[in-house]
Ligand binder design. Sequence first.
Ligand SMILES: [Zn+2]
Ligand SMILES: [Zn+2]
Length: 331
Amino acid sequence: MKVRSLTVALGGLLVAALIQTPGNAQGRQGGQAAAPANETLSASFRGSKARDWEFQKTAPIKVFDNLYYVGPGNVSVWMIPTTDGLIIFDATQEPLVDHVLDSIRKVGFNPADIRYIFLTHGHLDHFGGVGKLKAAAPKARIATLEEDWALIDTFYKNVASGAAAKNPNARDPGIPFSRDLVIKEGDVITLGKTQINVYKLPGHTAGSPSFTFTVYDNGRPHKAVLFGGPGQRNGVEGGTQFLQSLRRLKTGKEFADVEVPVHVHSHLNTYPDPRGGTVFEPAMQLAKRQAGQPHPFVIPKQWREWLDIAEAGTIKYVEEAKAGKAAPVGN
Ligand SMILES: [Zn+2]
Ligand SMILES: [Zn+2]
């Protein structure tokens, strides 16, 4: 009983902290730093506030009994606590990695207990923080698909050779790390009582591991999917792969009972979420949720509507790429 009431109290604190985040209140309504009126909070994190590091330091959110958002505003970091340690999805990048460590502590966990860091794909905004997280969590295994390890290896090879520094737009590469656990389609990784199923849904990169797991809303289970690369890239080849991945998510029986999409970005540049964002907008509803109301992240219908939007957009993208017109897009 004692533990339970503590959890409830802590949840209340987090919700209060979320509401007081500048991006949710003052920052949206006035003052010099106000975001454009037509920009949702999630869009601001990747738009007008993309380089405002203090603004990015959003409070952690307890979304389900066993799923926390511990990322900054612009890129997701999700955490599943288990009886045998913590599972983290993605690592963000500098200068926001300390914020992730702080967020993990704020919700009552110790970063040293991280046992797995799953990387959704080999782009720096998702893997740049791994080196620092690993320093805080020496027992953590770093896991992604072979294709995404290849991207990470190439990236740090270019950093080591000095080639990366020649790019004037280069971001802080973080602490280099080396290849650890290579996961593959069909793997099932278990920690405590939590099972993570691994799928390969390419198109954003040639790998883009995606994961399913069970989240609990006051003890009631729901199937969640974390789509590793929810936006196409790389012309006809990448676009065609992405289309196949979307169609698998729509029709594959392994995804038929998905109710909860868990996204790598709160604002999806390629196919924005019609709710205004994937994390902060539903989180604001969650903060106001009354007993008996539905959980705003349990959205099987809207998830399939988003897949329809993405499918239509990708068909167009591939057609344009075939005509030599597609612009690079990304998440
Ligand atoms: Zn990204
Ligand atoms: Zn990406």
